[in-house]
Design a protein around this ligand. Sequence first.
Ligand SMILES: C[S@@+](CC[C@H](N)C(=O)[O-])C[C@H]1O[C@@H](n2cnc3c(N)ncnc32)[C@H](O)[C@@H]1O
Length: 249
Amino acid sequence: MSPLRTALVAQLLGGAIAASLIQIAYPRLFAAPLIAAAVQGLCAALVSDKLGGAKWWLIIHLGFLPAALSVGRLGSGLGIDPAWYFVCFVALLLIFWRTDKSQVPLYLSNAATASALAALLPEAACRVVDLGCGDGGLLRKLAARRPDCSFVGIEHAPLPWLWARLASLRWPNLTIRYGDFWRLRLDPFDVVYAFLSPVPMPHLIAKARSEMRSGTLLVSNSFAVPGIKPELSVAVGDRRDTILYCYRW
Ligand SMILES: C[S@@+](CC[C@H](N)C(=O)[O-])C[C@H]1O[C@@H](n2cnc3c(N)ncnc32)[C@H](O)[C@@H]1O
């Protein structure tokens, strides 16, 4: 079952179990919605655990309904129109898109990482791609440093893509594409950069092996590929102790 489906089943089943338990044991608890919501959270967390949901989902299940109730109460106390919740939901969806499916959330490479990556680029003009380029900030830094190279970013989340596209218009050596990087062939590129998560790494390395040309470089920010020794590991020296894992084919 997909993580989102598991979460939905856990919430619904947790709600049904909590309502039954309260009805049988202490119906007066329905008059205390926050406590009833806490019971639902506990039941949902237990169901999620039984269904094999990831451990970090337990915290979300525990807090989801109590937090939603509290925010709702706070909002109506402050006179906030409930339509704003929908607007916030849509905005978050457009920013984070199908993180549940890709298992790759949005977080951005910092300036120190951009410098370290620039130092890894070949001296001769080359083609570089950022798989899941987010707001395109990393590529803009590289495009400014290396006007002789061409840079491509591909992003599937609508708002980061739009931001990246508009912000990158003035860089003639930078192209931002909308789409799924799993459908992008990697053979035109000399350097492939990825800042993803541990989940897609085995799949990415298989794709890189079958599509990248010999002598070209895959740089993975923070996530090594289990069982494969990188040619080079570069410590960026920033506050989050970023490591760039470099694999050459
Ligand atoms: C951790 S962020 C990295 C952003 C950027 N590369 C950087 O280093 O600043 C990962 C990005 O990959 C995007 N992403 C995840 N899966 C993707 C896919 N299959 N196709 C395109 N983009 C994807 C996410 O939306 C997110 O913006």
